[in-house]
Design a binder for this molecule. Structure first.
Ligand code: ARG
Ligand code: ZN
Length: 851
């Protein structure tokens, strides 16, 4: 039975305000006692007499007092109701004592244990598993917390008040919703640094880790300090407490969490050393440290009124962390990486049965809505707003947002209003980006009158999505530039503002028919449907002044080439090979950029593209043709590879910066190609000589792609078997790079190992996530991949529904494939849906995917 959905239209303010919360935790693994005292007053926004409803799940109620008087009251399955008749007029207190068992909490939501450490995850609705409370983001209160435990480190939000042997008290002066509550208790050590804010506040920064991990915190600390400085200069926002604590936890469902003054991180996104982390890991750590820190203003100081507004904090905070990473590294490279991710995850979601608006209007389980649409499309929408109002307009709007809404639980309407008030613009139509799901498709028609006038006509179509058959035209900022036939730019980047379903833009006074560069910088999250010929794409690949579109030209050329190889058995086109070779050998270009240009379109991306063009993708054939394409590229580049690799070899001591990372990326992309020609000789040598994880893994991947590398895998295991994070890579790579017909068997072999600790989300994702990321392996026609995934989801669900539900999205693309595969996937989804005692999380996902 599907539980009733929660609806945006049902929103009502909570009938009470909470001035102060005092919590006391007596921590024990099986029987933790939580005492809570709430100081309540009636909320003038909800006049009248109201019941006091508190959320609570899995709590053993020991005592309850209202205004100091004991009260008999039985909780139900989801909370506790105190009838209006019993509630005194004016201010009153409510005291509860409950017992919970953090050790048995395998869902990793609420208070749980990881390696003997107590920790919490409350967003979205985990606080109700800790104590009875109105667990909703618009109820904001000051928290004071006392922790009692026989452990050396006891942490909560805010500033430390006092502590002694076995206890500590914390006070958070900033009112906050319960989802930002956090507590950590354990045997931890700190990597510390001081920081002084622009306002002169001295802040103690600490990264808390398990003993032995403290030498892997330096990079995260450096990223934190740079984030704090950046938010001061870029947004004028300074930190507002005396301490900022980060804790690394091994068992964590998501990436990290922005609890006020006490960020809790998946250890994977904190711990790094050159020997254990790749350049990509370092970049991700930098981005996530920044993301969680930036939430202090966009999320904590200004939070969300309800969970439908989740993009208010997540879209904006992703947008801010993207700006930060661009400033720290390269804007062009960052933009390309972000768009690759957007297309791989968000477009895929937006074009399937799980499509939902950036601001949804209903949900069953809110944890299922921490999606690429809320986060990444939410950030794209802000990028479009910024393009439309300009740098100054954006700055004025953000300043107004912070002054007007500091301390508020706000809405998307509030957010759009500050842009309207600061810039005088009407954003009524723009708001559709928040309320309508789906990826618009943008058609282009060009006309040249032979007398200097060139006209671009755009047509937008907004395809139907679940529950939204018809949609209006969107406001689409289309950044364009025009080049003349010898490659000079005759029109620098100009933003065309499309507001109608069909709209033309005229350019006069041109000497010759121009070549258009459309959607520069990927100025809107749309699918551009332009039937450019290969010659025009090759021209843009050689000449476009916009780095994103130059890369994009190579990308779309590559996709056309691969599509023709798959559907017509064509040979890899010479024009693409030559254009790419010229770009890769151009020393004036950033190595990181050239490495990105060498990356072939993924099989999943190609499957989506082929399906959109009316073909039924054949995963095996796609896999084989993509390999043929890589081989052709290797052969074309063969004369240049030794020189490129020599030039890209890093001789300086390892630094995780963009410069070195770019060199390693290009070197390793070349190594990957060279391996296809030399039988793996250079990769074996590179593996043996590697002095950092980036180079070592790249060499290993090159060998695995050749069906080799067993000796290296064994050596790797011997060296790293005691390191969970490093071993996650070992598990993952073998599956990701298994031959299609070997993938299921590889998963079966690895999941049989005693160190396949499937209740650890990182390990589960490394193995089961890799299964669905190996496109041809997952989509084997015999259904072995589907069955394996479904088996594991059904097994994980009773322990950890959140992670099981998240990983079920591997099935969301089923409509792309042939009837046989469709039937196999539907059967697995139906089997999941029919499972006894299935969670609300996985139940909702299976139901939506079955449609
Ligand atoms: N707010 C966190 C972040 O984006 C994500 C927490 C999501 N947790 C969850 N259980 N859904 O930084
Ligand atoms: Zn976030």
């Amino acid at each position: 039975m599907t539980p009733a959905p929660v609806l945006l239209s049902d929103y009502q303010p909570y009938p009470f305000l909470i001035e102060q919360v005092s919590l006391r935790f007596a921590l024990l693994p099986q029987a933790t006692r939580v005492s809570a005292r709430l100081d309540l007053t009636p909320n003038p926004a909800r006049p009248g007499q109201h019941d006091l409803r508190l959320d609570g799940e899995g709590l053993r109620l020991l005592s309850l007092r209202l205004g100091g008087t004991p009260l008999e009251c039985q909780p139900d399955a989801t909370g506790l109701t105190i009838p209006a008749a019993l509630i005194p007029a004016g201010a009153f207190t409510l005291e509860t004592e409950v017992e919970i068992a953090p050790e048995g909490n395998t869902a990793l939501e609420g208070l749980y244990m990881s390696n003997g450490m107590y920790c919490t995850q409350c967003e979205a609705e985990g606080f109700r598993k800790i104590t009875f409370y109105p667990d909703r983001p618009d109820v904001m209160a000051r928290f004071r917390v006392r922790i009692e435990a026989d452990l050396p480190v006891l942490l909560s939000n805010g500033n430390p008040v006092d502590s002694g042997a076995g206890w500590a008290e914390w006070d958070d002066p900033w009112p906050k919703p319960a989802y930002l509550f956090a507590l950590v208790a354990g045997d931890l050590v700190a990597h510390s640094a001081p920081f002084t804010t622009a306002e002169g506040r001295k802040v103690a920064l600490n990264i808390w880790v398990r003993p032995g991990d403290q030498d892997r915190c330096a990079y995260a600390m450096d990223a934190l300090i740079r984030s704090m400085q950046w938010d001061e200069t870029a947004y004028g926002r300074a930190y507002d407490l005396d301490v900022f604590n980060i804790v690394a936890v091994d068992d964590f469902n998501m990436g990290a969490m922005e609890n006020k003054g006490l960020n809790i991180f998946n250890s994977k996104f904190v711990l790094a050393s050159p020997e254990t982390a790749t350049d990509d890991d370092f970049a991700r750590i930098e981005a996530i440290i920044a993301h969680e820190y930036f939430h202090n203003w966009t999320g904590n100081r200004i939070t969300c009124r309800d969970w439908f507004q989740l993009c208010l904090k997540e879209g904006l905070t992703v947008f801010r962390d993207q700006q930060f990473s661009g400033d720290m590294r390269s804007h062009a490279v960052k933009r390309i990486e972000d768009v690759l991710m957007l297309r791989a995850r968000q477009f895929r979601e937006d074009q399937g049965p799980l499509a939902h608006p950036v601001r949804p209007d209903s949900y069953v389980e809110i944890n299922n809505f921490y999606t690429a649409t809320i986060y990444e499309k939410g950030a794209e929408v802000i990028g479009m707003l910024k393009r439309l109002v300009g740098e100054d307009g954006y700055k004025a709007a953000l300043d107004l947002y912070f002054t007007r809404h500091d301390g508020d639980a706000a809405t998307i309407e509030d957010w759009l209003k500050v842009f309207e008030d600061a810039t005088g613009r009407d954003l009524t139509q723009f708001k559709r980006w928040y309320t309508e799901a789906g990826t618009p498709r943008l058609g282009v028609h060009e006309a040249w009158d032979g007398a200097g006038t060139y006209t671009l006509t755009f047509t937008q179509t907004n395809p139907p999505t679940p529950g939204q058959p018809d949609k209006g035209a969107k406001v689409i900022p289309i950044a364009v530039g025009l080049l003349n036939p010898n490659g000079d730019e005759v029109l620098p980047t100009t933003v065309l503002e499309m507001t109608q379903a069909v709209q033309s833009f005229r350019f006069d006074g041109l000497a010759a028919r121009p070549v258009p560069s459309i959607l520069r910088g990927f100025s809107a999250p749309v699918v551009l449907e332009r039937d450019a010929d290969a010659a025009e794409r090759a021209f843009l690949l050689a000449h476009d002044t916009d780095p994103f579109n130059r890369w994009e030209a190579g990308r779309s050329l590559a996709k056309d080439v691969l599509a023709r190889m798959v559907t017509q058995g064509a040979a890899p086109a010479r024009g693409w090979l030559d254009g790419l070779a010229a770009l890769v050998c151009d020393d004036s270009l950033d190595p990181a950029y050239r490495a990105l240009a060498l990356r072939l379109p993924s099989e999943d991306d190609m499957a989506a593209t082929l399906a959109a063009a009316g073909h039924v993708p054949d995963p095996d054939r796609l896999h084989a043709e993509r390999r043929r394409m890589a081989l052709a590229l290797a052969e074309r580049l063969a004369p240049h590879l030794p020189g490129l690799m020599e030039a890209m070899r890093v001789t300086a001591p390892f630094a995780p910066d963009a410069t070195q990372a770019g060199q390693r990326a290009l070197f390793n992309a070349c190594l990957q190609l060279a391996s296809r020609l030399d039988g793996g000789a250079q990769a074996r040598d590179a593996y043996a000589r590697a002095s950092n994880m980036t180079d070592g893994l790249a060499a290993l991947v090159a060998l695995l792609d050749l069906g080799q590398g067993q000796a290296q895998l064994d050596a790797f295991e011997t060296r790293w078997r005691h390191d969970r994070l490093v071993m996650d890579k070992w598990f993952m790579l073998q599956i990701l790079h298994a031959a299609p017909d070997q993938t299921a068997a590889t998963v079966a072999r690895l999941t049989a190992r005693t160190d396949f600790d499937w209740q650890n989300p990182n390990r589960f994702r490394a193995v089961i996530g890799a299964l669905s990321a190996n496109h041809a392996g997952f989509h084997q026609a015999d259904g072995s991949g589907y069955r394996l995934l479904a088996d594991w989801l059904i097994r994980l669900d009773p322990k950890n529904p959140q992670t099981a539900a998240r990983m079920s999205t591997a099935f969301e693309t089923w409509r792309r494939y042939d009837a046989g595969r469709q039937q196999l996937i539907r059967a697995e989804l139906s089997r999941i849906a029919a499972t006894q005692g299935l969670s609300r999380d996985l139940g909702e996902m299976a139901g939506r995917m079955l449609g």
